[in-house]
Design a protein around this ligand. Structure first.
Ligand code: FAD
Length: 275
């Protein structure tokens, strides 16, 4: 039996984004609901304290993928299915299409959203390393207006972000990416499994960007490793640098030693396959 009786919950459904933001301002204890794929797991595990929810699902303003000026703009409610089948995503940021195809199974891909993945702030979120190396910007909306936060500054620690209780993630802005993109997820299975290690990389003429998930309390960019690769130092030096920049733990899915080894292997693969 669920430890979360539905009779103790209130769910309100706004007509449009303005109403949603006004309601959130009036009652910042409201928890946003998107696809519910993370929230339902927390409800059934009995770890979700919230009882008052605001349902974002009908808000068409938060959906869609489009190019505005020189940015790819992805609405927060965009699902993995939509990203995986989008020509724009495929041409602009193919590593995001690839990551989307590997999240959960078809049910999760139909309901799970990029905004939910980022707001949930799990270190294992598969889109997080991608957005980190894409140097995306998180667009946060509130009744007082909109602000933009660089992805690198969005997470403040384990499952914690700079998003205020009155704010919603409205969209992600992705600039053009100057180089080849590379993504790899290592889990128990190719898909339908949370990552043990997830890696995204960009390699251009004078650009190297590397980010990893599931190896620290939050997603990490590896500036020292990137500098080592840019300086064309030996791969053993880059791999040592990577090991110093991550802080994996032993948990139910894997061990710290395995994660460190896999992360180093992925770095070698990234470099060899983008040469
Ligand atoms: C079987 C299964 C397999 C899974 N596999 C994977 C996987 O392989 N990789 C992976 O990364 N994840 C996986 N997940 C986790 C989950 O599907 C994703 O994190 C998903 O993207 C969450 O999106 P959602 O729309 O369902 O979020 P929800 O569950 O609705 O919300 C998650 C959190 O984000 C907040 N939130 C949602 N949208 C917004 C917004 N626009 N603004 C502010 N806050 C918001 C909610 O309040 C909540 O705290 C899996 C989950 C399940 C159940």
């Amino acid at each position: 039996m669920s430890r979360f009786p539905a009779s103790t919950c209130t769910v309100i459904r706004p007509r449009d984004i303005e109403q949603a933001l006004r309601w959130l301002q009036e009652d910042p204890t409201l928890t946003p609901l998107a696809g519910c794929t993370d929230l339902f797991v927390q409800m059934h595990a009995g770890t979700l304290e919230a009882r008052r929810f605001i349902d974002l699902w009908p808000l068409t303003e938060l959906r869609g993928i489009a190019v505005h000026r020189d940015l790819l703009v992805i609405g927060a409610l965009t699902t993995y299915r939509e990203m995986a089948s989008s020509r724009l995503v495929e041409s602009w940021v193919p590593m995001l299409a690839q990551a989307s195809r590997l999240v959960g199974g078809p049910q999760v891909q139909n309901r799970g959203t990029i905004g939910g993945n980022v707001a949930n702030a799990s270190p294992a979120g598969d889109t997080l390393p991608v957005l980190a190396v894409a140097e995306a910007v998180v667009v946060l909306a509130s009744a007082d207006g909109t602000r933009r936060v660089r992805f690198a500054e969005f997470f403040t620690g384990y499952r914690s972000t700079v998003r205020g209780a009155q704010e919603l993630i409205a969209a992600f802005e992705v600039p053009r990416i100057p180089g080849q993109q590379w993504f790899r997820k290592v889990g128990t299975r190719a898909a339908q499994a949370i990552s043990k290690v997830v890696f995204a990389g960009v390699r251009g003429e004078r650009v190297v960007r590397v980010a990893l998930g599931s190896v620290a309390p939050t997603v990490v960019r590896l500036p020292a490793t990137e500098a080592t690769l840019l300086a064309a130092l030996p791969m053993t030096t880059a791999a040592e640098s990577l090991a110093a920049e991550i802080a994996p733990i032993d948990d139910a899915r894997s061990t710290a030693a395995y994660r460190r080894q896999v992360a180093q292997n992925l770095l070698r693969r990234f470099w060899a396959e983008t040469a």
